[in-house]
Design a protein around this ligand. Structure first.
Ligand code: KG4
Ligand code: ZN
Length: 324
């Protein structure tokens, strides 16, 4: 990674296929797999970028939030290689990685102030930022994350894991107006998805109709539409509250969703704001390039990050990391 924008290589070892039958990640198993994969992935990333450790300025690593075993594999590897290669190790908050993903291979530099909707399997937040490290969180989910709503909905519909892409694929042949799901939080800028999931559960439980492929697709489309409507209704509230913003970014695994992108494009057109999503689908879901970019931005805005005692770096709360 160079200047937080130029991606020289991006190698991902995914355990998605391993968890197709379990309906979710088994933390201990995932961490053991990571122990096996981490060094080959680093070697390949160096080889693909055609660099050696001597060419590096630092190693960025996710410190939180996440599954403890996986975080330990990553941080232990980074600290060991940092000591061996005499490189600073830069602790990065996972969400700051997602917030940085819209810079990856971007054709032109994003312009602050930016309103970013960060939607993944673990979090759903809106951030107002005047630089990488200054700004505030202006909305967050009070229960499930948007990706979780997709994944849990997919389980209820009998689809595989991870559910988001499969539910979205099924929704393509459905009618989004077939079922009306409740859209919550009319008096707040925050998000809530647990009621939506419960509505889907009861709809399926109480339905007298056989679950034909078309009926299932209609339900998937209506459910996806409700998630997107809720995300964008709340984003619009924040947009109105921050008219000075120049760009709207949507990042995180759910930003790969086509319906969300299409609906967000209409919203941004209405307010004459530039809409940016990660330049490649692979940068929407978890990847190392976004963590490296965030590491570079941390150093750019505050060089002391490279010298901070690793375990006391204030990454535990991203909201605490941003200065107002
Ligand atoms: O950012 P991410 O890779 O991991 C976390 O930080 O959680 O996001 C993964 C989430 C999963 O919940 C997955 O179902 C969802 O992103 N996702 C999607 C799509 N692709 C991934 N949700 C809806 N539509 C998609 N196309
Ligand atoms: Zn993520």
């Amino acid at each position: 990674m160079e200047h937080g924008v130029t991606v020289q290589s991006c190698v991902i070892a995914s355990s998605k296929r391993d968890f197709g039958d379990t309906g979710g990640v088994i933390p201990e198993y995932a961490a053991r797999k990571q122990v096996e994969c981490v060094l080959p992935v680093i070697e390949k990333a160096l080889k693909d970028a055609d660099v050696t450790p001597a060419d590096l300025d630092g190693i960025a690593v996710t410190t939180c939030p996440g599954l403890l075993g996986s975080l330990l594999v990553g941080t232990t590897t980074a600290r060991t290689l940092g000591a061996l290669w005499k490189l600073p190790v830069i602790p990065v908050h996972h969400t700051l990685g997602h917030l940085s993903s819209s810079w990856l291979s971007a054709a032109d530099a994003p312009q602050f102030p930016i309103l970013t909707l960060s939607v993944s399997g673990g979090h759903t937040d809106v951030w107002y930022r005047t630089s990488h490290l200054t700004g505030k969180r202006v909305g967050a989910t009070v229960d499930d994350a948007a990706g979780e709503a997709f994944d849990k909905g997919a389980v209820l519909l009998g689809l595989g894991y991870p559910g988001g892409p499969q539910l979205a694929a099924l929704a393509k042949s459905g009618n989004e107006r077939a079922h009306k799901f409740p859209v919550p939080m009319h008096d707040s800028d925050d998000f809530s998805f647990s009621g939506l999931k419960t509505s889907l559960k009861y709809l399926l439980r109480d339905s007298k109709q056989p679950l034909t492929p078309q009926y299932k697709a209609d339900i998937a489309a209506s459910y996806e539409f409700a998630i997107c409507t809720h995300l964008l209704t709340q984003l619009e509230r924040s947009l109105k509250a921050h008219p000075d913003i120049r760009e709207v970014h949507i990042v995180g695994g759910v930003s790969a969703n086509e319906r969300l992108r299409a609906m967000a494009a209409l919203l941004c057109k209405k307010y004459s704001k530039t809409l940016r999503t990660p330049s490649k689908l692979v940068y929407c879901t978890d990847n190392g390039a976004m963590i490296a970019a965030a590491g570079e931005f941390l150093l750019l805005e505050d060089a002391s990050w490279a010298g901070r005692p690793f375990l006391t770096a204030p990454t535990a709360s991203l909201a605490g990391l941003l200065r107002s």
